[in-house]
Design a protein around this ligand. Structure first.
Ligand SMILES: [Zn+2]
Length: 301
């Protein structure tokens, strides 16, 4: 079974779009974190099927989906996000969406940037949470060239090493070929301005990576902090708000190391709940806070 949504599933997802939870008014207003302004850029919506979160192929999964007003067998329409981070006249991008890798229905980041009045040449760096195609595909034009002509591409050393290593590809399921092709095309297109960093590397004053490994070896979120304001944009810690807050043990089929992904998710849920952190994610429609609820967690916006 393909680990990726098939083209047919993506098209079927247009039905799921009508079921997409409506973001609360104001959710998409730019968020100010001290002197930073953060804007969610939605690249598209993809239909998440329970088979992509195998724990959800269960009575409990069907109940959670039905309780959310969705068909018990899914799918749920989940966003693919990038984020624009601005500070005075500086502009950075956090991930870049799918580009044209997954066909029609995506690649809206470029238009969203234009709406914000940002020319791609003004992006000084792209901070990449990981090299999956729904985050890195948008770094390329349809012709496969660098879409951000002046941007440094910053990512974790472990991430660049994994996707650039022929041995990783040889070990991975054949269905991951498109992910490897995209990752390697991105690494090649930005080869002369790649910045490989380790750990909690500083990205700009007040902005730093936070390693959250498991989904991929070098998967990392980004923290923004200025004065008493803080935001964590945690990449792919969660693919389904409906399913994975009550069940942090439900991993996605794309997780490279499922045990590590689960441990990372529980750890950052606990930390976010304890610190009252505002969090946002690449597959969350709104920013919010994590709290403990029952044996699991809940996300409140
Ligand atoms: Zn993703």
């Amino acid at each position: 079974m393909s680990p990726m949504p098939s083209r047919r599933a993506l098209l079927a997802g247009t039905a799921a779009l009508a079921l997409a939870p409506r973001a609360r008014a104001g959710d998409d207003a730019p968020l100010r974190i001290g002197s930073f302004t953060v804007k969610r850029l939605q690249d598209g919506l993809f239909p998440l099927e329970p088979r992509m979160i195998p724990g959800a192929e269960s009575e409990e999964g069907r109940v959670l989906l039905a309780r959310a007003g969705l068909p018990p067998a899914g799918p749920s329409a989940e966003p693919v996000n990038a984020f624009l981070v601005r500070q005075q006249d500086r502009a950075w991008l956090l991930d870049a969406g799918c580009g044209t890798v997954f066909g029609p229905g995506f690649d809206r980041v470029a238009g969203a940037l234009a709406t914000e009045g940002i020319d791609p040449a003004r992006i000084e760096a792209v901070w990449l949470t990981h090299l999956h195609a729904d985050h890195a595909g948008g770094l390329l034009t349809p012709e496969g060239r660098a879409r951000f002509p002046a941007a440094e591409l910053v990512l974790q050393e472990a991430e660049a090493a994994y996707w650039g290593d022929p041995a990783s590809r040889a070990r991975a399921p054949a269905e991951m070929a498109l992910f490897f092709d995209t990752a390697q095309a991105v690494l090649a297109a930005y080869a002369d301005r790649l910045r490989r960093v380790r750990g909690e590397a500083v990205l700009a004053p007040g902005a730093a990576f936070l390693p959250l490994p498991g989904h991929t070896p070098g998967h990392a979120g980004v923290t923004l902090e200025d004065g008493t304001d803080r935001l964590l944009i945690w990449g792919d810690v969660v693919h389904s708000r409906i399913l994975q807050f009550p069940h942090p043990d439900w991993t996605v089929i794309w997780d490279a190391d499922k045990a590590q992904a689960e441990a990372t998710r529980r750890g950052i849920f606990d930390r976010a709940a304890a610190e009252g952190l505002t969090v946002a994610g690449m597959h969350l429609a709104a920013r919010g806070r994590v709290e403990r609820r029952g044996g699991g967690y809940a996300f409140t916006v």
